[in-house]
Design a protein around this ligand. Structure first.
Ligand SMILES: COC(=O)C(/C=C/C1=C(C)CCCC1(C)C)=C/O[C@H]1C=C(C)C(=O)O1
Ligand code: AKG
Ligand code: FE2
Length: 363
């Protein structure tokens, strides 16, 4: 994937949010204040308060007690992917140490002095390093978030200059964590294939050597959470995304369901999984890549560790024949190269589901 022509991008001063709050400003700077129609505070909790996102118990799929257990959980998974595009997984099999360790090193990274973190800068127009991604103009609003993102697999997408030497265990922890998340994604994709009535190896065979990237999002507390957003509304460009929320995390992730922002209540020891744009296209829209965003909290910080799992850049993506029917379910997306989609995704600001216009067939 070619880099963007960064010299032409002027983004103005991007204030570091952690540093900003140290100076205890009496007002949130203008560049973080959202227009009234997109503010974090305007949330109706009414509609879905009693309908939390589905929870899938992976132990029922890997070691089912009965065939009924397996079928029931697969049906739940299929409903979750169709109706919500999001679900939480419990009994996912990741070692507690691996999960704890990545959270610890991520925390230690964000707690380092700014000069240390700035040794790994995210240059305008790029998505790896420390800073804010997806900013392309001086007047674009900023998210109330500091972000550190790295490409992990295949190793050829790693930029070694951006892998921090401190905390000392950072690189080792990230590699160990990513290996486990890769196994989890492969497993989830086999269950997703089964839920669609496909051969279980379908996605692994199609994806080749998968692309995997991690983004660590640190949301400091904000004195006026109603005025800002932690992360702008977007859908993920990946096939699957795995989100780990720090222990005793407050609510922050919200997903758009039936035009209402619904908060995802963190469950202890669970991981949040969402369907990305790639699976939406492959399933011809049956499984949805749902728009989501993050809001902030007046008193509490929040840390999330997010893995994007996607096909190799060489792979051609198009709705799978089994999910298209010219009469009843015509093809909704054109075919495209995943590397081109990744380039398109990172060349535009986060704006709901707009990235997918790249592939939509308009009638
Ligand atoms: C800040 O980064 C992102 O939000 C992001 C980027 C991921 C990537 C890297 C950090 C390095 C390697 C390439 C890649 C674009 C995957 C989001 O990732 C989404 C967007 C696409 C496309 C995807 O596959 O995941
Ligand atoms: O931090 C969160 O809750 C959301 C993160 C997210 O959506 C992302 O990083 O793509
Ligand atoms: Fe996301």
């Amino acid at each position: 994937m070619a880099p963007l022509p960064i010299s032409s991008i002027r983004v103005g001063k991007i204030e570091d949010v952690q540093e900003l709050i140290k100076s205890k400003p009496n007002k949130v700077p203008e560049r973080f204040i959202r227009d009234a129609n997109e503010r974090g505070g305007l949330v109706s909790l009414k509609t879905h308060l009693h309908q939390p996102i589905p929870v899938i118990d992976l132990s029922k799929l890997s070691k089912p007690h009965t065939n009924d257990d397996f079928v029931f959980e697969i049906l739940k998974l299929s409903q979750a992917c169709e109706d919500w595009g999001f679900f939480q997984v419990i009994n996912h099999g990741l070692e507690v140490d691996v999960v704890d360790d990545i959270e610890k090193v991520a925390k230690e990274f964000f707690e380092m002095p700014l000069e240390e973190k700035q040794k790994y800068p995210m240059e305008p127009g790029t998505v790896q390093g420390y800073g804010q991604a997806f900013i392309f103009s001086e007047d674009q609003k900023l998210d109330w978030c500091n972000m550190f993102a790295l490409g992990v697999y295949p190793p050829s997408i790693r930029n070694p200059k951006l892998w921090p030497s401190k905390p000392a265990r950072f690189s080792e922890s990230l590699k160990g964590y990513s290996k486990e998340i890769s196994k989890l994604c492969k497993r989830l994709l086999t269950y997703i294939a089964i839920s669609l009535g496909l051969k279980k190896e379908t996605f692994e065979e199609m994806f080749g050597e998968a692309v995997q990237a991690v983004r660590m999002n640190y949301y400091p507390p904000c004195s006026s959470p109603d005025l800002v957003l932690g992360l702008s509304p977007h859908s993920d460009g990946s096939a699957l995304t795995v989100l780990q929320q720090s222990k005793d995390s407050c609510v922050g992730l919200q997903i758009l369901k039936d035009n209402t922002w619904v908060s995802v209540l963190p469950l202890p020891n669970a991981l949040v999984i969402n369907i990305g744009d790639t699976v939406e296209v492959l399933t011809n829209g049956k499984y949805k890549s749902v728009e989501h965003r993050a809001v902030t909290n007046r008193e509490r910080e929040r840390l999330t560790i997010v893995t994007f799992y996607a096909p190799n850049y060489e792979v051609e993506i198009e709705p799978m024949g089994e999910l298209v029917d010219d009469e009843t379910n015509p093809c909704k997306y054109r075919s495209y190269n995943h590397g081109d989609y990744s380039y398109h995704y990172i060349s535009n600001k986060l704006q709901g589901k707009k990235s997918l216009d790249f592939a939509k067939i308009l009638n």
